[in-house]
Design a protein around this ligand. Sequence first.
Ligand code: ASP
Length: 432
Amino acid sequence: MNNKTKRLTIPLYLQILLGMVAGIVIGITALFIHAETAVSHWVTPWGQLFIRMLQLIAIPLIFVTLVKGVSGLKDISKFSKLGTKTLLIYLCFITISASFGIGAGLVAHPGDLVNKDIAAGLQETYHTVIAEKALAAEQVQEQGPLNFLNDIVPGNIIHAAGNNSNILQVIFFAILFAVALLLIPQEKAKPVIDLFDGLNDIILKMVDFIIRLAPIGVAALMAGLVTDFKGDGSIFSALGLYAATVAVAMFAIMFLFYPLMIRLFGGKIRVRDFLRAMYPVQLFAFTTSSSAVTLPVTMKATENELNVSKEVSSFVLPIGVTVNMDGTSCYQAIAILFIAQVLGIDLTLSQILTVLFMTILSSIGTPGIPGGTYVILAMVLTSVGIPAEGLALIIGIDRPLDMLRTAVNVTGDAAVACMIDQNDKKKLINTT
Ligand code: ASP
């Protein structure tokens, strides 16, 4: 009994790490006893099932998270200025971070370390998907420059939600729905908002169930990868460079970009004080991997240590938890480029811009929970035409990177709260 209790308390990230090791061992053993076919028939399907479950939950998750996030601005009339300012700054921050990610992924090119023969084999495996993508890209080029609007505005929401590659159309409908919800009389909106609160909890619980299956999914995917890579170690050096690229980008955002923003727009707040106040918040985010769970700690630090008014912090920070995911958007961009590089998919400039646009929007739809990204990433990959199975490459080492991007996410929220608060205070002094 005691043993059982002990086993159940192994933290999820350790279980995932163990799953990864188990998968590598299964894969190597299969290579030694020439049981590759057995792995592809009996082990890999469990990993694919895990990815299907991630895809299954993606549309409801994005829809509910977005509606809840936007309708959280319930005092939009009272705070319309604050709301617009907050959303605009958040959008700028996410765009800069995602561009950072694209830049880092393109400069470091971690996927290139993978052995070329192996990459060719993988391309062969995903040949049909990649060919379809090339065809679709050609068709897009033949259409007019405004054709992208058709990719955003759905003609039929059921049809849009029925296809995992139409993520933008679902996002468009969700935002339209949420804005309309804000504009109808409060007594009519209230039950719907309450319903979405409940739905949000249900969906997050479902995500929790699915993420609990991650150790098994990761083990199965890893075993498949090792046999696909025929024991070639190049994937591990590529993964090492990939992780290092993510880490460098995250540290640059946290210790260069945010301090610069505080210096330029943080009024009386000194960079040193900001970093000192953020340190415990970052540690908390780092250990929990959840910006939602870290919210009370972020609020306390910004209010008590950085003197941000309660009015600003209680408005800007909760929205930030849902909307402002700088670490996540930077990470998603690097991850997508890495998977494309390993699978030998050459992205054109317009495809890279699509990746940028998609990561900006999809990071907004990512929940602030551990591993929130890979639920969304499975879908973003499909929508930019990269096989979602590519996720298998990175999921095993996701946890430490999740810890880093969560620390970035919460620091970004706090930086924006400081900037808005200082701006308000300056205006108040000017008007008195
Ligand atoms: N864990 C992240 C957060 O809570 C979300 C993600 O997976 O990127 O902020």
